[in-house]
Design a protein around this ligand. Structure first.
Ligand code: NAD
Length: 496
């Protein structure tokens, strides 16, 4: 009998009202059934939002340092359970154990960083323009927050949203990705054990089209924080726009690594491999374009292909494995569709370009590490997000062209340049159109205390993590205290 998982609403583990369920199977082996989860509807969302609304007044009055203490405890429990959570995550989403450990560690780091923020959450004081008057601005909670997350960072991304949201005095309803519900359950078991009061954190499983959309539309939800694809982000944003609902969006990328002729090629190669094939290329910050100076292009490409062909593919729970499967059949079909498009566009397929189904891999969604050469910047494989282990090599004549090519897509999340020339490095920091730029590092490797997000179609101007996430989850309130004992009129009294 399959293990039954539940929603978490108002401090209780409950089934969906309809009692319908959906299955969660391992992408490395479809015969491995992890469990069945509630297929929730608008009714379940309504129940969760009602609980969150009821819990809001008391929670928002709890001093922020006390709310932070709960998050401190959450971080400590997560640390104790790190290995167990990582194994669950590898089983349900496929990336290798070293990477899922990193994903959990990101959650732990976020818990401790956010806990400390409970003693900061700084506002500002500033002199008033009038005598005997005091002026300051403070942060106040927004209200009930709806959090919608993807499957590729099943612990890190929910924690980036949930921890700052509740630290600021909001209450939340999380709708995790349907491919990774088990990791979300682990997070909520920890929140419960750490003492999050009933109703403050709620979890509702289900599909995006039904459960997610119901959360977005609910009239008592004041804020939606969404991470996922640009297509769905657009839909969610237009729904929020109609209701004038606050929304933060973290969307797709088409990240590139530039390799100049003076680069340390060993380092650049290691970076490209990790950037392109880590998490099977399914990171929002994955390297999907390698922009290489023509003087080193042959050498770099040859070494990249040789290294890609050596990568060990398989079940991420196996210590020897370096690259796991894609998340599901639809993802594998999409990757393969792009490979066919690339070939038709005239790019040269150097390695990969097919599924990997030998022996133990027969029941999983495996795909070979794929390298395309002779890619032109305007080809679809160089413009659209593939979200798989596919890297396109684009040759350039010099630095200016490299920057132009890197900037020439509708996305702007992460960017990287390998060079020993300090002047070029500084010009890249200035000129690359991206939310994140790495010098002599791959496009992946963000740390939780710096802002995370991108420009152009990667988002709508917000940044998660760092201190900037608090601008998502709080409203600013300006306060004036007049102790002059008379009516003072700003701008009007204050004339020469
Ligand atoms: P997705 O857009 O398909 O789904 C994301 C979430 O939205 C899921 O929980 C899904 O159930 C839900 N959803 C789907 N349709 C919905 C609707 N109509 N209304 C409300 N919710 C809905 O994305 P995915 O496949 O889970 O994740 C991959 C995408 O996420 C990639 O594009 C990747 O670049 C992006 N991503 C971005 C970041 C970032 O921080 N910028 C981080 C990770 C992933």
């Amino acid at each position: 009998m399959a293990k039954q998982f539940k929603n978490y609403i108002d401090g209780h583990w409950v089934e969906a009202k309809s009692r319908k369920t959906f299955e969660n199977r391992s992408p490395a082996n479809q015969k491995d059934l992890i469990g069945v989860f509630p297929l929730s509807s608008g009714d379940d969302i309504h129940r969760a939002v009602t609980a969150a609304k009821k819990a809001l007044p008391k929670w928002s009055l709890m001093p922020a340092p006390k709310r932070g203490e709960i998050l401190q405890k959450v971080g400590e429990i997560m640390r104790e359970q790190k290995e167990d959570i990582a194994k669950t995550m590898t089983r349900e989403m496929g990336k290798v154990l070293t990477e899922t450990r990193g994903d959990v560690q990101e959650g732990i780091d976020t818990a401790f960083y956010t806990a400390g923020e409970g003693r900061r959450l700084f506002g500002e004081t500033t002199p008033s323009e009038l005598p005997d008057k005091f002026a300051m601005s403070v942060r106040v909670p927004v209200g009930v927050c709806g959090l919608i997350t993807p499957w590729n960072f099943p612990m890190a991304i929910p924690t980036w949203k949930l921890f700052p949201a509740i630290l600021c005095g909001n209450t939340v309803v999380l709708k995790p990705a349907e491919d990774t519900p088990a990791t979300a359950v682990k997070l909520y078991q920890i929140l419960e054990e750490a003492g999050a009061p009933p109703g403050v954190v709620n979890l509702v499983h289900g599909t995006g089209e039904e459960t997610g959309a119901a959360l977005v539309r609910h009239k008592d939800v004041q804020l939606i924080s969404f991470t996922g694809s640009a297509e769905v982000g657009r839909e969610v944003a237009s729904s929020c726009g109609k209701d004038l609902k606050r929304i933060s969006l973290e969307l797709g990328g088409k990240n590139a690594q530039i390799v100049m002729e003076d680069a340390d090629l060993d380092l650049a190669l290691e970076g490209a491999l990790w950037g392109a094939f880590g998490t099977t290329g399914q990171r929002c910050t994955a390297t999907s374009r390698l922009i290489v100076h023509r003087e080193v292009k042959e050498e770099m490409t040859k070494r990249l292909v040789a290294a890609a062909e050596k990568l060990r593919i398989g079940d991420g729970l196996d210590k020897k494995v370096e690259m796991g499967p894609l998340i599901n059949q639809a993802a594998r079909d999409k990757v393969h569709r792009y490979v066919e498009i690339g070939k038709k566009e005239g790019a040269r397929l150097l390695t990969g370009g097919e599924t990997s189904q030998k022996g133990k891999l027969a029941n999983g969604f495996f795909y070979l590490p794929t390298v395309f050469d002779r890619v032109k910047p305007d080809m679809r494989i160089a413009q659209e997000e593939i979200f798989g282990p596919v890297i396109s090599v684009i040759e350039v004549k010099g630095f200016e062209e490299a920057v132009e090519v890197l900037n020439g897509t509708c996305y702007g999340l992460s960017s990287s340049i390998y060079t020993k020339d300090v002047g070029r490095a500084f010009r890249a920091m200035r000129d690359l159109q991206a939310g994140i730029t790495y010098i002599n590092g791959p496009t992946i490797g963000a740390e939780v205390h710096l802002p995370f997000g991108g420009v152009k179609n990667t988002g709508n101007g917000h940044r998660e993590a760092g201190t900037t996430v608090y601008d998502i989850f709080t409203e600013w309130k300006s306060i004036y205290i007049d102790y002059s004992g008379k009516l003072q009129k700003a701008q009007i009294d204050n004339v020469d």
